[in-house]
Design a protein around this ligand. Structure first.
Ligand code: G6C
Ligand code: FE2
Length: 350
């Protein structure tokens, strides 16, 4: 199906209004040649209709010779903005940046946010944006769960497939994503609806078993066989399985950087409109597959960078891996029971 330009404009108006855009605000539309032109136009028109002062910052695309594939999460850290201080200053001048080219996991994004500028990432296909148009109930659910996670000192994850993972917490903040950037210095991503934090450095440990149907990004693949990851002192030390384990090993080894094995953000999905099946209906080049990161009741874990929360691991290889049917405990509270969200009450969508 295809969203028409008028519908996309109305949706952007709703999301920018939720992001506190009004006549007092300046809005920068950040783009590159690969940005979705419909998205750029809709964001621009909507910001103008809300009375904001709008400008565009277009950056020549950046390609690192190591990067493979078109998914913007496949190579993190250096971006088209890296080293371009003039463009960064132009962006820091805005109250809100609509990012249609992807600054996520870059130090520059953190520097911009520290000035109080808000950033809303929007790089998914308009049809995916439409299916997960943010509503205030999404924010309420995610914040209810965040109130539990930000106090927690331990996350444990188990599954019928054999996962048994423990991550001491407290060193890093909780990050929420509910689809709009409504607070000074906030980054958010439309579409989303999940939350996460990072394990204390070098303390995560145990086993994570990717079962059939679990999702590996940026491969955009559903695992067809089990892959077992052994984690010691915050790093993946062993990867066992068949072809898919070998593929994952070979891909991570390709970056020739021991930091790619570090555990990155860990959390769970709270978006009932995100679907586990959606990835199978899209091409690999259709955005970054936020359905996989946000589907209700997933355990989302990742490897690689932790610069988003001031960590020193700026490695370019970032795997986002979404597991079904896990049980997630935050301290003694069971928040997800074999893939079903059970607590806190305010986070339930059904
Ligand atoms: O929204 C996102 C997207 C990618 C990622 O790694 C984290 N959050
Ligand atoms: Fe990630």
């Amino acid at each position: 199906m295809a969203v028409n330009q008028s519908q996309l404009g109305e949706m952007f108006e709703q999301v920018l209004r939720l992001s506190r855009v009004d006549a007092s605000q300046s809005v920068a539309i950040l783009k590159s040649h690969y940005s979705d032109a419909r998205t750029v136009q809709a964001a621009t028109d909507a910001a103008l209709r809300l009375g904001a002062k709008v400008y565009c910052v277009e950056l020549p695309a950046f390609n690192h010779p190591v990067a493979m594939g078109n998914d913007m999460t496949a190579y993190c850290g250096d971006t088209a903005l890296t080293g371009n201080t003039a463009a960064q200053r132009a962006l820091e001048a805005a109250d809100l940046i609509v990012d249609t080219m992807m600054l996520l996991h870059s130090p520059e994004q953190e520097q911009i946010l520290k000035t109080g500028t808000r950033i809303l990432l929007a790089v998914e296909p308009p049809e995916v944006l439409a299916r997960m148009l943010p509503v205030e109930k999404d924010k309420a659910r995610v914040l209810a769960a965040a109130a539990v996670l930000e106090k927690a000192r331990m996350m444990t994850v188990t599954s019928p497939a054999g996962s048994d993972f423990r991550a001491p917490l407290g060193q890093y903040p909780t990050v929420t994503e509910y689809g709009y950037a409504d607070e000074p210095g906030r980054w958010d991503h439309w579409p989303s609806g999940f939350l996460f934090t990072w394990p204390n450095e070098e303390q995560a440990e145990g086993v994570l078993v990717l079962d059939v149907g679990d999702i590996l990004l940026p491969f955009k693949s559903y695992a067809r066989e089990r892959i077992t990851l052994e984690i010691e002192k915050g790093f993946v030390t062993q990867i066992h399985g068949g072809f898919e384990a070998e593929y994952l090993c070979d891909y991570m080894r390709y970056f020739n950087d021991p930091e790619v094995y570090g555990i990155s953000h860990i959390g769970w999905g709270l978006q009932p409109r995100a679907q586990w099946t959606a990835m199978g209906l899209h091409d690999k080049n259709d955005g970054m597959c936020m359905d996989a990161r946000a589907f209700y009741g997933n355990f989302l874990f990742s490897t690689g960078p932790n610069t988003e929360v001031g960590g020193k691991r700026k490695t370019p290889c970032h795997m986002d891996i979404a597991l079904r049917r896990c049980s997630i405990r935050v301290d003694d509270l069971l928040v997800v029971a074999e893939g079903e969200v059970v607590a806190p009450q305010g986070s339930l969508a059904r």
